[in-house]
Design a protein around this ligand. Structure first.
Ligand code: GLC
Length: 560
């Protein structure tokens, strides 16, 4: 257990910034680095330990910066290198660490390497990418791009296809080529030398492709390249050469992965990565695995997935805990009630996640309970995945416009990308120009200025959760048991270490409920340390707990 206390990030909370939507220091309608600097004090007040910045490198912005054309420069939309250096210095001055997003499964097709490789089999960069001859005049395999359509695009001049697991403007790098791996090390070292504290590795479990490329008759191809044959070897190589040398914290984004793989990626010997994101707990509202559907979430499945991962990672690896990011809809709309019980359900959802083992991530706006915007027309969307899927659902799957818009309003990535709501001014104080993506209509009620004025706001609740993680050791070290896995309304789990027992009780629904604490729990010896109806926590603790809609409580007992 000593190791668990040694590393700062095991008791830390990390805040994710999506710069384009965070804060515009001027009137461009796009957030920028100066805007981030202007909010560092706000983040300090929240109490976070580090900021993860999604990509700000040079990019044609087809996928909002996840299509990088130059890894060594800042996109002018966001500012310049001097701005970045200032951000890094000021964050450090305030005791906030900086984590950058590294996207090396693919580059933009505008990257010099790809530009040189395109149409030229003799280019020294041709082998930086994955090229295959057509088969029967068609793409070499039937693999699907994650954003819809076939995953291969034709280079007409050489009559070969290149692989793109994402947009056709995002060409997959060939990690089999040692020169590519050297380039990756150089890129990461460049930023680590500047003093960047860590890295989030975009879709990093997709980097190792199989040697032979076959049709997938069962799925979209992912089973051939997810957690691919050499992925652990590659991560160990990069880790040895860079991460361990600089002492960087690392978090890998693991797409469609398994517990066994994640135990190895984040194993406690530090050979690969510090921690991992997985997405299984967010697929509970997919119909038969299909994201583009509109169904209620499966509550029992949610709890069983958390048990599987919390227990499986215990003593073996380390999880990045999260509900929200720039690819996921807002959690309070998704699993809570974003109208009548917005504040209560936002706090309850935060509690049920933040009392688990791992390192929690807060996505910008989550700390004030921001909601999906509820767009009603395709013209309001900007995300290429949403626009592609709108077309596919409408024209290939024959869905009605109304159904497609309802699905997008629930699942689109733009749901979380709306500008941060700072105050009641025009455009929620995000920009003095026209925002690149429309602000959610509820900004006059839901905004930072109001949250800071209200001591019962979601903001101060998150502040408390961040503090508790540092104060109460069982949150970091304890084991995990679901106390009511079959209950259709309550999510109650126990964390236990040598010194402490913690019980986290959450009502996930809009009806009152009752819960009986375990009979062998010495309730008189412990106390409630947190709840979203604090007035109900006063007085004697009894075994029978009566819960209001969306109520949550955390009970702590010190062992003797
Ligand atoms: C990750 C990013 C997402 C991006 C994709 C391709 O999933 O989070 O925003 O589109 O990778 O880089």
């Amino acid at each position: 257990m000593n190791q668990i206390h040694k590393e700062w990030w095991r008791t830390a909370t990390i805040y994710q910034i999506y710069p384009k939507s965070f804060c515009d220091s001027g009137d461009k309608g796009i957030g920028d680095i100066k805007g981030i600097i202007s909010k560092l004090d706000y983040l300090k007040t929240l109490g976070i330990d580090a900021i993860w910045l999604t990509p700000m490198y040079q990019s044609p912005m087809i996928d909002n910066g996840y299509d990088i054309s130059d890894y060594y420069n800042i996109n002018p939309d966001f500012g310049c290198m001097a701005d970045f250096d200032l951000l890094l210095a000021m964050a450090h001055q305030k005791g906030i660490r900086i984590i950058l997003d590294i996207v090396v499964n693919h580059t933009s097709t505008e990257h010099n390497w790809f530009q040189s490789a395109l149409g030229n089999k003799d280019s020294e960069y041709r082998d930086y990418y994955i090229w295959k001859d057509p088969i029967d005049d068609k793409a070499p395999t039937n693999w699907q791009s994650k954003f819809g359509g076939n995953a291969w695009a034709l280079d007409e001049k050489t009559n070969q296809y290149y692989l793109h697991l994402f947009a056709k403007e995002q060409a997959d790098l060939n990690w089999e080529n040692p020169k590519v791996r050297e380039e990756v090390k150089n890129i990461i070292s460049f930023w680590a030398e500047k003093g960047v504290d860590g890295f989030r590795l975009d879709v990093i479990n997709l980097i190792s492709k199989p040697l032979d490329y076959q049709h997938d008759h069962q799925g979209d191809g992912r089973r051939f390249y997810t957690d691919g044959p050499r992925v652990h070897e590659y991560l160990q190589e990069i880790s040895d050469a860079v991460f361990n040398k600089y002492g960087s914290v690392t978090v890998g984004e693991m797409s469609s992965t398994s517990l066994e793989q994640c135990q190895q990626y984040s194993s406690l010997d530090g050979k690969e990565l510090s921690m991992v994101f997985n997405f299984h707990h967010l697929k509970i509202d997919y119909q038969n695995g299909e994201k583009w559907s509109e169904i209620p979430f499966d509550f029992l499945q949610l709890k069983s997935i958390f048990s599987h991962w919390q227990q499986g990672m215990f003593g073996n690896g380390w999880s990045a805990l999260f509900w929200c990011n720039h690819d996921q809809p807002r959690i309070v709309t998704r699993l809570g009630d974003d109208k009548e019980y917005r504040v209560e359900s936002a706090k309850m959802l935060a509690t049920s996640l933040h009392m688990m083992q791992g390192t929690p991530y807060i996505y910008q706006g989550e700390e004030i309970g921001m909601t999906n915007p509820g767009y009603t027309s395709i013209e309001q969307y900007r995300d290429l995945e949403s626009i592609n899927m709108h077309d596919i659902m409408l024209n290939q799957q024959g869905k009605s416009e109304e159904d497609v818009l309802a699905i997008l309003a629930q699942k689109s990535r733009d749901n979380s990308r709306t500008p941060v709501q700072w105050n009641c001014d025009k455009n929620a104080g995000f920009t003095s120009g026209t925002p690149w993506l429309q602000v959610a209509g509820n900004y006059t009620d839901v905004n930072v200025e109001q949250a800071l004025k209200d001591k019962d706001s979601v903001f101060y609740y998150y502040q408390r959760l961040i503090m508790l993680r540092k104060e109460i050791e069982v949150i970091t070290t304890g084991d995990y048991t679901d106390l009511a896995p079959e209950h259709s309304q309550l999510f109650c789990y126990r964390r236990r270490s040598e010194q402490q027992t913690l019980i986290c009780i959450n009502n996930y629904y809009g009806e009152a409920a009752e819960y009986e604490l375990p009979a062998d729990l010495d309730v008189e010896k412990g106390k409630y340390i947190l709840g979203n109806f604090p007035e109900l926590l006063i007085g004697e603790v009894t075994h029978l707990v009566k819960l209001k809609p969306y109520e949550c409580r955390v009970f702590l007992l010190e062992h003797e």
